[in-house]
Design a protein around this ligand. Sequence first.
Ligand SMILES: [Cu+2]
Length: 126
Amino acid sequence: MNKTVSIIIILALVVVLGIIFFGGGSDSVSAQNVEIRDGIQYVTVDARGGYFPQTSNAKAGIPTKLIMKTSGTFDCSSALVIKSLNYQNILPQNAETEIDLGVPKAGEPLQGVCGMGMYNFQVRFN
Ligand SMILES: [Cu+2]
């Protein structure tokens, strides 16, 4: 009897922990690619067959750099256009390309598109 009770308690704990981890995880999907190091905010976007995550949430009012990460990127997501920065570049196939975003203002999201306008991503600043 005691064994059964402890098994049930362990199972319940596993379920609760799972909800905490996975529930919290899905909520912070776009926050995982944003980090602040030495007062500089880095937003990392993967470019390969599109841009991931498609929407990132970052803080406004902090010097910010966009890191475009390619790995074996042979498709047109390597042809990056950011109109608001007058930025147009072919990203190397395997690299982390740093793009200075200055100090973004709240409510002015950054939009990136591929050269063909097929894939896009945005970084929101709050
Ligand atoms: Cu494209």
